[in-house]
Design a protein. Sequence first.
Lengths: 141, 84
Amino acid sequence: MATFNKFNAFAENVYEGVHDLGADTLKVMLTLTAPTATDAVKADLTEISAGNGYTAGGTTTAQSSSAQTSGTYKLVLADVTFTASGGAIADFRYAVLYNDTPTSPADALIGYWDYGSTVSLASGETFTWDADPTNGVLQHA
Amino acid sequence: MKFDNETMRARFHEAKAEKEKLEASMAPIVAEREAVLKEMAPLKAKLADVDVRLKAARQPIYDLSVEMGKISKFLRDPDGKSRL
């Protein structure tokens, strides 16, 4: 899987009570425009157009666990599969994880993955955002 | 400002008195915040109860998502995409 890149604001938001990563609604959205570490909320990004199997705002990823072991926190999320249907899903290169629950700031960003080149999904093709059930999507010691 | 011991001691006590005055003036805001948090406590307890049920409801969705992901990865073609 591509490498996780943290948004700077996430580091502060975690310690100021913005996120409840165990219970909030976390989503994975797609974009073709490179995010930057200083982006803070979903509105800072340009999401791909909705349609043909891609829903505006992305897809919810279910939490399996949000817990610490010996002081190291790990967030384990479910894989998300995007399947183009009835046409192509708009080209993308980056998958972005954000928290859809908080209202202040609204839709706080967590991190993103760069797949290295543009991904095109024709009708019937599926792309899987691999959430790594062993190591989780993020850890914090 | 001089930096001899006496001047520094005097400044320390002056700063301490100033700090205590500011802390006293801030006390009502702290009390107001604590009152708001107290008002929120019943809602937090209610939310905690909802969270327990939400997490239980999410587990089978997680399991199915992981299964779908595994199948998708198993069927992945050399271009990294699956045709399901």
